[in-house]
Design a protein around this ligand. Structure first.
Ligand code: SF4
Length: 361
């Protein structure tokens, strides 16, 4: 997820503009006959890790989680892409656990070290509603790939209780299209990473050589599910509009692996240009405190250099990517989140609403 302001770059060709207001019930009506699928945790194969773990019996798969849903933080976030942040911030919810477990994860405290608190689906539904009441443009669900059945239930309950803003699925894309189908009628905007198309890097950094194939499959299924639609309110606070449906593919450039970034951008241009938005991120920062970073062998564990950054901006021009965003180059580590705090981010970037260590909730 982007943690610094992102520069808008020519959000033009391929983006369908509309001035109509979102109609409650049009995008979000649950599928007729929808039933919850918590039974999928009995022998969990909901993601490509294919563990077969009985999470309903309290066992933990490679994602680190049982069937209980754990949440680390919820609040308004102002550092996402402009059509996601909008004017009043994205209603972000960070889940505990992760099925990919990148060695360089900036959120390792919650993704790999278990920081978070169990919430029932009813409690989570009410957090979604609190976010909307606080002004959130959307509900932004971060790293929930290992908990799709429970999150789908909470979303459905929140819709029943009146949640009307769009729901965004913010993930690594290491996901199975069949599992994502549980979110049909509930999620309309997808923010998948496309971390690498290089199986060697995927094996070294995530222990998932099949990541490139799985992520491409998942992203294609998201694009099929949700055609791009950007609402254009007559309001100067929305210079890039407001996304109500579609896919924003995020790629974090890794230091010393620009050829891999070029492969990702080429794939995007060949398969998704005009159908999705690209978000190129350059914020790679070594996470010194992470006990997992020492496993890094696939690339140079340092920030992107000025020369690499210039080459990346040239690549965008050369490949003709004209619908998307890229970050300014940032220095320092001030933006790295610390989820042990109620305010894990800078106060300019986020407004906390719920924290795992809050008392009396
Ligand atoms: S969600 Fe977790 S337990 Fe289930 S297959 Fe994926 S990693 Fe394994």
């Amino acid at each position: 997820m982007a943690e610094v302001p992102i520069e808008a770059r020519l959000p033009s060709g391929g983006v369908k503009a509309t001035t109509s207001r979102l109609k409650a019930g049009f995008f979000f009506s649950p599928r007729p006959g929808y039933t919850h699928r918590m039974d999928l945790y009995d022998a969990c194969r909901i993601c490509p890790r294919d563990c077969g773990t009985n999470r309903n019996a309290g066992e933990r798969g490679l994602c680190g989680e049982t069937a209980e849903l754990r949440v680390a933080w919820a609040g308004l976030h102002f550092g996402e892409e402009p059509p996601v942040t909008g004017a009043t911030g994205s209603g972000t919810v960070f889940f505990t656990g992760c099925n990919l477990r990148c060695a360089f994860c900036q959120n390792y405290q919650i993704s790999q070290d278990g920081m978070g608190r169990v919430l029932s689906t009813e409690e989570l539904a009410r957090v979604f509603l609190e976010l909307e009441a606080a002004g959130a443009e959307n509900v932004n669900l971060v790293t929930g790939s290992h908990a799709v059945p429970a999150i789908a239930l909470a979303l459905r309950r929140a819709r029943e209780l009146g949640l009307s803003v769009p729901a965004l699925w913010n993930s690594s894309a290491y996901e199975s299209p069949g599992t994502l189908a549980l979110l049909d009628g509930l999620v309309t905007v997808w923010l998948p990473d496309l971390k690498t198309l290089n199986p060697n890097v995927a094996r070294a950094a995530f222990k998932a050589e099949d990541y490139p194939a799985a992520a491409k499959r998942a992203i294609r299924s998201m694009v099929e599910r949700s055609p791009l639609e950007i609402e254009r309110p007559d309001d100067e606070r929305y210079p890039s509009g407001r996304i109500v449906s579609g896919v924003i593919v995020r790629h974090l450039a890794l230091p010393g692996r620009l050829a891999d970034t070029e492969a990702v951008l080429r794939w995007f241009q060949d398969h998704l240009a005009g159908k999705a938005i690209l978000s190129l991120m350059t914020q790679y920062t070594p996470v010194a405190a992470s006990p997992h970073a020492r496993e890094l062998t696939a690339f140079e564990n340092r920030p992107i250099s000025v020369d690499e950054y210039s080459r990346l901006t040239e690549l965008i021009e050369e490949l003709g990517v004209d619908t998307g965003f890229y970050q300014e180059l940032v220095e320092g580590t001030d933006w790295l989140p610390d989820f042990s705090l109620r305010q894990p981010f800078s106060s300019a970037l986020a407004r906390p609403l719920w924290h795992w260590a809050d008392e009396g909730r």
